[in-house]
Design a protein around this ligand. Structure first.
Ligand code: UDP
Ligand code: MG
Length: 321
């Protein structure tokens, strides 16, 4: 058997940034400090996802000051967190690539531990947020999504929502080769990984700025996650539809029998029950349609095959990859 070399020579850290001017200085300082501690060659790649505040200035400034250590990838507009990370992946040249959010909810101080863990022979090092500091509204959907994700990918990771993760270069390369637009990176990454593991990391409240996810963006993200993993809901819809229709037929028979046993007045009184069932069936149909729509909408996006993002410029990189 070929012995795989799991040693890490260069670490790339990819951070998507969207209006995070308040966090950036501290983020850069803490990331660089932590990366120094890994004892590896490294680069910090910050992707500006069309920020409208001072984020870009701060990034470019850092890239110029820390020549070769900090790289700023500038997208021409806002494409969303996962597309921004993809742009960062494309620019990364390390053999271990770590993703982290810019808001410092996850501590950059965990980098050395993650590198160590990866060197033990893992393709993906995930993290679990110990006592997660988000609201219930943010946690409940995550819980549902994690359960589905575990089922769909067959990889038992407990916290798909946590973006502090390390991927080996071949896994990232595989992800970049995927043409789909509606991606959810942790799930996509796991589907290309042979050995995965999870470590527990700290989690803190967002101290500066606000969450960049509105309710609608969040709903879209959850659907992205679902549709990128599995087509099972489509099938489930047909099962549910079949079941409801079968129930409807049974119910029809019952109504017929009761009509003969108790007479017409009973049947008239049953109108409302019937109505209720009609509503249920209509509801199920609409749900099924909606579910189909989610997939078809994404197919439409993928078929158009527009670029996932467009890089305007890269600052802090001497030679092209
Ligand atoms: N982000 C981004 N583009 C977006 C939305 C978010 O690059 O359209 C970045 C954001 O700057 C942060 C990360 O994605 O670094 C996670 O965002 P946030 O902390 O707001 O999400 P939450 O923690 O609420 O899930
Ligand atoms: Mg956050």
């Amino acid at each position: 058997m070929i012995k795989k070399d799991y040693s890490v020579k260069k670490v790339s850290v990819v951070v998507p940034v969207y209006n995070e001017e308040g966090c950036l200085d501290e983020l850069i300082r803490r990331c660089l400090e932590s990366l120094d501690k890994t004892g590896k060659d490294y680069e910090l790649i910050m992707v500006d996802d069309g920020s409208r505040d001072k984020s870009l200035e701060i990034m470019v400034d850092a890239a110029e000051k820390n020549d070769g250590k900090v790289v700023a990838v500038v997208l021409n507009r806002n494409y969303g967190q996962h597309s921004a990370i993809m742009a960062g992946f494309d620019a990364a040249c390390g053999d271990l690539i770590i993703t982290i959010d810019a808001d410092l909810q996850n501590p950059p101080e965990e980098f050395p531990r993650m590198v160590e863990k990866a060197e033990e022979g893992y393709d993906v090092v995930g993290t679990v947020r110990a006592n997660r500091k988000d609201s219930v509204f943010r946690r409940l959907p995550s819980w549902v999504v994690n359960k589905i994700a575990q089922k769909a990918t067959g990889v038992k990771m407990n916290d798909y929502g946590c973006m502090l993760r390390a991927y080996r270069a071949p896994v990232v390369k595989a992800m970049l080769a995927c043409n789909e637009r509606s991606t959810f990176i942790p799930v996509l990454g796991n589907s290309f990984a042979r050995n995965t593991c999870e470590i527990e990391v700290g989690h803190s409240k967002r101290e500066i700025g606000t969450s960049k996810y509105s309710v609608f963006k969040l709903i879209n993200l959850q659907f992205n996650l679902l549709t990128c993993m599995t087509t099972a809901p489509l099938r489930m819809m047909s099962y549910i539809g079949g079941l409801v229709a079968f129930g409807g037929i049974l119910f029809g028979f019952l109504v017929l029998i009761f009509r003969f046993v108790w007479g017409a007045s009973w049947a008239a009184d049953g109108v409302f029950t019937l109505m209720a069932f009609v509503f249920i069936i209509a509801g199920v149909q609409l749900m099924a349609l909606g579910m189909m729509g989610e997939y078809i909408g994404r197919m439409y996006y993928d078929v158009r095959a527009r670029p996932r993002y467009f890089v305007e410029s890269i600052v802090g990189r001497k030679k092209e990859k």
